[in-house]
Design a protein around this ligand. Structure first.
Ligand code: CA
Length: 224
């Protein structure tokens, strides 16, 4: 899951980025409204964290322009102000939720989780396909009830696939949603990670049907 953080206070932006990376999100930063808008229209994000007061374009302008362009990425607006009017204005402009600074990181995470899982998944923080389960809160992955230890990127890749069960996911999509803008992606990076993931979730369970499928010329899918 990849998040764009648009926040002009560098210290806050950087600490949000660090915190989100620890939670296994891929994170891009923009320090101005214009940069944030440009990234939001050119890259694919699962969520945009948008400060209200920004140099260049403010959060409300960005929100309105994105929605006009039919970009429906969930937007969580951040603001230092707490007046109700601002909240209403923010939500009217197309933001999905609102958080007033200062906020606790736990609160931020809870709101992000709520927005990211809103479309396809139920209220649960646990994604399940067949006999594999992935807990997005404590990062536990189990197959046949056996715990599986994954690296951060392996977890993110599995989570992304599991959020689209049975769908063919192109390599580009995987790169866009699992890695951030600054990551060094080599042509075979996705293959390498798919292989690592298979070695952990499929190969140790030879009696079970493999979960990860290669669809030649198209991409990958997970299904049981
Ligand atoms: Ca600001």
């Amino acid at each position: 899951m990849r998040i764009l953080v648009v926040e002009d206070e560098h210290r806050i932006a950087n600490s949000i980025k660090k915190g989100l990376q620890l939670e296994k999100y891929a994170v891009d930063l923009a320090y101005t409204g214009t940069d944030g808008y440009d990234l939001a229209v050119t890259e694919e994000y699962d969520l945009i964290l948008l400060d209200l007061m920004l140099p260049g374009m403010d959060g409300i302008q960005i929100c309105m322009k994105l929605r006009q362009k039919q970009i429906h990425t969930p937007i969580l607006m951040l603001t230092a102000k707490s007046q109700t009017d601002d909240k209403i204005e923010g939500l009217d402009s197309g933001a999905d939720d609102y958080l007033t600074k200062p906020f606790s990181f736990e609160e931020l995470l809870a709101r992000i989780r709520a927005l990211i899982r809103r479309p396809p998944n139920s209220l649960s923080n646990i994604l399940t396909i067949g006999d594999i389960s992935l807990n997005t809160l404590n990062f536990e992955v189990k197959r046949q009830n056996k715990p599986i230890t994954l690296s951060g990127k392996e977890f993110s890749l599995l989570e992304y696939l599991m959020r689209h069960p049975g769908q063919i996911i192109k390599k580009d999509q995987i790169i866009n949603h699992v890695w951030d803008y600054e990551s060094n992606i080599l042509p075979n990076t996705v293959e390498v990670y798919i292989k690592k993931l298979r070695q952990k979730i499929d190969n140790p369970f030879p009696k079970q049907k493999p979960l990860i499928h290669t669809v030649r010329g198209f991409g990958y899918k997970i299904s049981n």
